[in-house]
Design a protein around this ligand. Structure first.
Ligand SMILES: NC(=O)c1ccc[n+]([C@@H]2O[C@H](COP(=O)([O-])OP(=O)(O)OC[C@H]3O[C@@H](n4cnc5c(N)ncnc54)[C@H](O)[C@@H]3O)[C@@H](O)[C@H]2O)c1
Length: 340
């Protein structure tokens, strides 16, 4: 679509992703990659893909047992992976994690950061149901903010540290750009009725990302332009969704595999021409990632609205309309989720 009269050429942000292009992972060899949340699920799948492409990967995660298990398995296969126990909610813990990544890779740099650590949400109904308002002298208690702390503040710290170490280690001789890959969700585009903390965190990550994605020369005028892309999966089969999967499957909602998301992450990681784009991810049909698409989260795509609705109406993101988009009824599978 041509840029409307009177508006700058940059109006439509960047070129839409061409999913027909092959993904060439050869340029990941020797790269220094940080994966938060890399002990499980989408993060662990990505760690494997980066490591198999020859990158030096540092897993930052709070789950020591799983983090060590993933790194041991991949190192036994001849790859280069380390695990550093890290709490996303602590800036000093994340800083120590980034420092360990810096010294791990022979390049003594940090080139790619994937922010995958996250928690599932809680139901606003459960909050309200549990308020002790029937007692006349009841006082409001501080609610837990852990989902916002990990999913939004944790990503904020990760992005800050990524930019710090990208800037510190970027040189004019770099062949490839430094890149930050953030994981939001389709719940950063549609309502997940009741799950307010998760919904807020994912819209928040998306908002943060939108604000930085055009800052191509943020690392300095002479370095390859900075790249950042956003990943927005629907429902994927991981530990995060184990509890809700039976109810959602019964409603006809399809669950994708970790490999569907890894395909989207590898595409943006490897293709230097992709920046400022959102990859939406639904369950693959024939091959992992064959129902990944560009959400056009820009003016041309009505801030992702056009291609989100397209995905709902043609069934790629089947089911989100059942649990979101204003469904506050008894069949909402997220009515009773709770977290202490
Ligand atoms: N699974 C899905 O359906 C789905 C859909 C859309 C978006 N996402 C997002 O993808 C990302 C990865 O989710 P997943 O499905 O792989 O979940 P997962 O539970 O399998 O993995 C999340 C990882 O984050 C780690 N983590 C949690 N809190 C932490 C903390 N305080 N410090 C350090 N690490 C911490 C966990 O230990 C775990 O290894 C999350 O941001 C999630 O919101 C998932």
């Amino acid at each position: 679509m041509p840029v409307p009269a009177g508006l700058p050429e940059t109006f439509y942000c960047t070129e839409k992703i061409d999913f027909s292009k092959d993904v060439d992972a050869s340029n990941l060899k020797g790269k220094s990659v940080v994966v938060t949340g890399g002990a499980n699920g989408l993060g662990a799948g990505s760690v494997k893909a980066f490591a198999e492409a020859g990158a030096y990967v540092t897993i930052l995660d709070i789950n020591e047992e799983q983090g060590n298990a993933v790194s041991h398995t991949l190192n036994a296969a001849g790859h280069h992976v380390q695990f550093t126990k890290t709490d996303m909610t602590s800036f000093s813990s994340q800083t120590a994690g980034f420092k360990s990544a810096l010294s791990f890779a022979p390049s003594k740099s940090i080139d790619i950061v994937l922010a995958s650590a996250g928690l599932s949400g809680t139901s606003i109904k459960t909050w309200v149901d549990n308020l002790p308002t029937s007692q006349p002298d009841a006082e409001p208690e501080l609610p837990t903010t852990v989902v916002i702390d990990v999913n939004l503040m944790g990503v904020y710290y990760t992005a800050h540290l990524a930019l710090f170490y990208f800037k510190q280690t970027a040189t004019s001789g770099d062949a490839a750009s430094k890149q930050l890959i953030l994981i939001s969700s389709l719940a950063g585009y549609v309502t997940l009725s009741n799950v307010a903390d998760y919904n807020a965190s994912k819209y928040g990550v998306r908002g943060f990302w939108r604000a930085i994605r055009q800052s191509r020369q943020i690392l300095g005028p002479d370095t390859p332009p900075f790249r950042t892309n956003l990943i927005a999966p629907t429902f994927m089969r991981t530990n995060m969704t184990t509890d809700v999967e039976p109810a959602l499957t019964a409603m006809g909602i399809e669950f994708g595999a970790v490999e569907d998301v890894v395909a989207g992450i590898m595409r943006v990681a490897c293709d230097e021409s992709i920046y400022g784009r959102t990859v939406a991810i639904a369950a693959g049909k024939e091959a992992p990632g064959d129902r990944n698409w560009d959400l056009c989260d820009d003016w041309e795509g009505l801030d992702g609205g056009r291609d989100t609705l397209g995905g709902i109406t043609d069934g790629r993101i089947r089911g989100l309309e059942l649990c979101g988009l204003g469904n506050y009824g008894r069949d909402n599978p997220f009515r009773e989720m709770a977290r202490k």
